[in-house]
Design a binder for this molecule. Structure first.
Ligand code: SAH
Ligand code: F3S
Length: 436
C-alpha cells in the first residue's frame, strides 16, 4: 500500500487543509506515515506570512531530498506554493508539484502522471471543498472554514495575494460540516477564516447569511457545547455579531481581534481601517454584551518608520485592553506587498528590542489574568492526558490550559473545574462536577 507524508506549517486554516488532503489521499487507498523514508509522496503544506516561514519550507525540502526514497514524489502546497510559483522548481529542481491554497484538490493528478511537473497556483474559488472527501471523524474540537481570502489589503500582508479575495462558503455547506462534526464527536466548533467575521453568503433566493446566523444555527445542535471563531477584523464586529455574545451562552467569552499597533500613524500606513477610538468603542460594546469577555490580539513591531513613541503607544494599548493572550511578530517584508517598498525600514536589532519589551509586557498581563482565575469555577472541555499520563488537560473558556488530577477516574468531557493555581503558561484545578 502506498504511503504519504504531510507536514503542515502555519495557521489553523492550514491545519484544516492538511486534514482534508490526508482524507483525499486516504480515499484513494493510501495510508499516512510520519517517516519520510517510507513515504511515496511527501507534501509540505506551507505558510508564507513571514519570510522565516517561507525559509523553513525550503530548508525542510533540502533535508527531505536526502532522506526520501529516490522515486518518492515531493512537493509543496499552500501559500508558499502561490508565493514562489514556478520559481520553486528552479530553487528545488527535484520538486514534483507546486499547488496553491485553492488548488490542492488537484493533487491526484501528480499520482496519475508522476513523470510530469504539476503547477497550479490559480485562485479558483472554493471548489476544493466540494471536490474532496470529508474528514471522517472529528476531534472534540472541530475547525470549520467558512470563508477564505481577505479584502482588507493591509500593506504588510501577503495573504490577499496567496489566498485571494474573500469568498464565503454557502450557509448549507457549512451547516452540513457542523452537523457532521456534531455527529462524529465534536463538542466545540471553531469557525475559521482569514477575515471570519466578514462572512457573508447570499443564497440564490437572495437571503443574506452572516456569521451570527451560523452561530445561532450551530447552537441548536445539542452535541455542540462551545462555539468560537477566528480571526476577526475589528470593524467587521457588526451589532448582530456583538449581540450573539449577549444572547448565545454557547459562544465562548473569548475573541481574537488583532489591533496590530497602538499608533494611529502606523495603523494608517498599515491600511488598517479603524482609529484607536473606534477599536476601543468596539471592545466596550463587547464588554457591555458579555462582561466576562476577554480579547486576544496580534501585534507587529518594527513596521517601516515606526518611531520609539509609536512603539510606546503599542505598549500603552496592550496595557489598556489587557489582552490575555497574544501573538507578536517582528515586521517581515514580503513580496507582493506595499510595505516592503516603504522607506525607513527598521533595523533588525531595534525590531528585536521592541519585540522583547512587548513580549515581556504581554506575558506579564497573561500571568496576571491567569492568577486572577484562582478561586473561580470554570466550565472546561477535556483535551487529553498530559505528558506524564497522570493528569487530564482541559481547556477553559479562555483557551487556557488547565491541568487536573482525576485520581485515576475517567475524565469527563465537559466539567466544572475550580481553579487552584496558575502561572504564565497554565492553570491547575480540581474537578467539581461532570457537565456531560
Ligand atoms: N486575519 C488573518 C491574519 C493573517 S496573518 C488570519 O487569521 O489568517 C496572521 C498575523 O501575522 C497577522 O495578524 C499579523 O499580525 C502577522 N503578519 C502578517 N503579515 C506580517 C508581516 N509581513 N510581518 C510580520 N507579521 C505579519
Ligand atoms: Fe492580512 Fe490584514 Fe487580511 S492581516 S489577512 S490583509 S485583515
Amino acid at each position: 500500500m502506498k504511503q504519504f507524508y504531510i507536514h503542515t506549517f502555519g495557521c489553523q486554516m492550514n491545519v484544516y487543509d492538511g486534514q482534508r488532503i490526508a482524507a483525499l489521499l486516504q480515499s484513494r487507498g493510501m495510508t499516512q506515515t510520519d517517516n519520510i523514508p517510507d513515504a511515496d509522496i511527501i507534501i509540505l503544506n506551507t505558510c508564507a506570512v513571514r519570510a522565516k516561514a517561507t525559509d523553513k519550507v525550503f530548508s525542510a525540502l533540502g533535508r527531505i531530498r536526502t532522506e526520501k526514497k529516490p522515486d518518492a514524489l515531493m512537493g509543496i502546497v499552500g501559500c508558499v506554493a502561490r508565493e514562489a510559483g514556478a520559481d520553486a522548481f528552479r530553487r528545488v529542481p527535484d520538486l514534483n508539484f507546486v499547488l496553491g491554497p485553492q488548488s490542492y484538490h488537484k493533487l491526484p493528478e501528480i499520482l496519475e502522471n508522476p513523470d510530469t511537473r504539476l503547477l497550479n497556483i490559480d485562485l479558483g474559488g472554493l471548489e476544493k471543498f466540494d471536490e474532496m472527501p470529508q474528514i471522517t471523524t472529528s476531534p472534540t474540537l472541530a475547525y470549520i472554514p467558512i470563508q477564505e481570502g481577505c479584502n482588507h489589503c493591509c500593506t504588510y500582508c501577503i495573504v490577499p495575494y496567496t489566498r485571494g479575495r474573500e469568498i464565503s462558503r454557502p450557509f448549507d455547506d457549512v451547516m452540513r460540516d457542523v452537523i457532521h462534526a456534531a455527529n462524529t464527536g465534536a463538542v466545540e466548533i471553531c469557525f475559521l477564516g482569514q477575515n471570519v467575521n466578514g462572512y457573508k453568503y447570499t443564497s440564490p433566493d437572495g437571503h443574506i447569511y452572516r456569521l451570527s446566523d451560523l452561530i445561532r444555527a450551530t447552537a441548536t445542535q445539542d452535541a455542540i457545547k462551545r462555539i468560537r471563531f477566528t480571526s476577526s477584523y475589528p470593524t467587521e464586529m457588526t451589532d448582530d455579531l456583538i449581540d450573539m455574545f449577549r444572547t448565545e451562552p454557547k459562544l465562548l467569552p473569548f475573541l481574537n481581534m488583532p489591533i496590530q499597533s497602538g499608533s494611529p500613524n502606523v495603523l494608517t500606513r498599515m491600511n488598517r481601517s479603524y482609529t484607536l477610538n473606534l477599536y476601543i468603542d468596539i471592545v466596550d460594546k463587547l464588554k457591555r454584551a458579555r462582561p466576562d469577555i476577554q480579547i486576544s490580539s496580534d501585534f507587529i513591531v518594527g513596521f517601516p518608520d515606526e518611531t520609539d513613541s509609536d512603539f510606546e503607544q503599542t505598549m500603552d494599548i496592550a496595557k489598556r485592553i489587557r489582552y490575555i493572550n497574544s501573538y507578536s511578530f517582528k515586521y517581515s517584508p514580503r513580496p507582493h506587498t506595499a510595505a516592503a517598498l516603504m522607506p525607513n525600514q527598521i533595523p533588525e536589532k531595534i525590531k528585536s528590542q521592541r519585540l522583547y519589551k512587548l513580549d515581556a509586557l504581554l506575558n506579564e498581563i497573561q500571568r496576571e489574568f491567569n492568577e486572577s482565575c484562582i478561586g473561580k469555577n470554570l466550565t472546561c472541555l477535556y483535551e487529553g492526558p498530559d505528558k506524564t499520563g497522570k493528569h487530564a488537560v482541559y481547556r477553559t473558556p479562555y483557551m487556557q490550559q488547565c491541568i487536573v488530577d482525576t485520581n485515576g477516574k475517567d475524565a469527563p468531557q465537559m466539567a466544572e473545574i475550580k481553579i487552584t493555581a496558575a502561572n504564565k503558561a497554565s492553570l491547575r484545578g480540581e474537578l467539581l462536577t461532570d457537565k456531560n
